[in-house]
Design a protein around this ligand. Structure first.
Ligand code: ZN
Length: 408
């Protein structure tokens, strides 16, 4: 497993030729199963990672190496530089053309008020001790409010800036955006007793810019590959649909596209998502996005299996979200990571092992076998009001209320 995982370790930004290459490798690996995948293609706005610099001009001069924030365009702008923490509304008044330093990436509302207040640009501070990250803003937000110059700088440089605030700075960023082709890869193992009832099992196979994405999410990909290889030999009464989703990191685009094309979401009894796994040092967890009864069931089930696995009732920021939004209950298998290397160029296979991957695979095999065979499906609709509310809030925070997915 780990060998195939290593083979998949290269930057695979949604919609890029590298993401396409990863799709081909996955399909190739699954050829011996004899299954033919359905490829679901969709267009995405994507970018080619570029370069950025923050030049401090007054009172001293200094050039700080930075990365652009994905989709914020190419710019060269000057202005006073101020620390704005999260960029609260009260702070932004009268800050036209000011470059603001932020302790977190803006969400939909924050970005909207940056646009309304005509700030000059924003500078996100990265977490310490890792190579500089390359995050992106959802393209749908840029589409609504236009591109505001945005970059990310190292933590240490941010401390220096706050210690000696510069009077004038210059933000330079360069990045190419284009329309790319992304895809979902779908495998089906038909149920022999209740074929019209489906369990969807998913993992995204793209990565963020500059990251080889071993933990996030080649781990989930190889876990799903192993599940397909197992269940192709042992089909269940219910249909299992395995989906490798494209462009998750660009805003859950593959799973959103899949859900937008569904004729009858009611066929799907459950969505099981595998995102983040395989770390040698970490702990296993299942997040239940359903209702109290389903939570009790999974918690009891984990105890019966004598599994050291933490069961939580919540939402999970991954491909399960568009399904929950359609009323489909979801489970997320994940493993935490002590190295903290996710979403960086240090997300490499040395933190992962076959044993850790196998633990999740074995748990998933046991649970899917039971769920796929139970005469009365133990995880029933509806999704609780609390999870539904959290899901709506989640999408509003990231996409805003005006978002329309794939309305072409
Ligand atoms: Zn992920």
């Amino acid at each position: 497993m780990i060998n195939f995982l290593k083979k998949l370790c290269f930057e695979r930004l949604g919609g890029s030729p590298e993401e396409h290459k990863a799709a081909r490798l996955i399909i190739e690996d699954l050829k011996p199963t004899g299954l033919t995948p359905r490829i679901q293609k969709f267009k995405v706005n994507t970018f080619k990672p570029g370069k950025a610099t923050l030049n401090i001009l007054k009172p001293h001069t200094r050039a700080i190496n930075a990365n652009p924030i994905g989709f914020t365009g190419s710019h060269s702008v000057r202005g006073p530089l101020e620390f704005a923490e999260t960029g609260a509304d009260e702070f932004l008044k009268g800050k036209e053309n000011t470059l603001i330093l932020l302790s977190q990436k803006p969400d939909y509302q924050k970005y909207k008020s940056f646009a309304t207040n005509k700030i000059g640009g924003f500078i996100v501070v990265d977490r310490p001790f890792y190579p500089l990250a390359y995050p992106a803003i959802y393209h749908s937000i840029i589409r609504e409010f236009g591109a505001i110059p945005g970059i990310i700088i190292p933590y240490q440089n941010a401390l220096e800036i706050i210690d000696k605030p510069p009077k004038m700075a210059e933000l330079i960023s360069e990045q190419k955006e284009y329309e790319g082709n992304s895809r979902n890869i779908i495998y089906e193992i038909k149920g022999f007793a209740y074929p019209e009832q489906e369990i969807v099992i998913g993992a995204h196979f793209d990565s963020v810019a500059t990251s080889p994405g071993a933990y996030d999410n080649n781990a989930g990909v190889v876990e799903v590959i192993e599940l397909i290889k197992y269940f192709v030999r042992k089909p269940l009464p219910r249909t299992l649909k395995f989906i490798f989703f494209g462009s998750e990191e660009l805003g859950l685009l593959g799973s959103s596209f899949y859900v937008s094309k569904l004729q009858s979401p009611d066929r799907i009894k459950l969505m099981v998502n595998l995102d983040l796994g395989g770390t040698i040092l970490g702990r296993n967890g299942i997040i239940v996005s359903a209702n109290q009864e389903a939570f009790n069931f999974i918690e009891g089930w984990a105890k019966i299996q004598a599994m050291d696995i933490k069961v939580t009732a919540d939402i999970y920021s991954s491909d399960c979200m568009p399904f929950i939004d359609k009323g489909v209950p979801a489970l997320n298998f994940y493993r935490t990571d002590l190295s903290g290397s996710g979403h960086s160029s240090h997300d490499i296979p040395c933190h992962l092992s076959n044993n850790a991957l196998q633990y999740i695979i074995n748990s998933a095999i046991v649970l899917l076998t039971q769920l796929g065979s139970a005469p009365d499906f133990p995880i029933a609709r509806p999704v609780s009001a609390e999870i539904t509310k959290k899901t709506t809030e989640y999408f509003n925070k990231r996409r805003g209320p005006n978002y329309e997915a794939f309305d072409e």
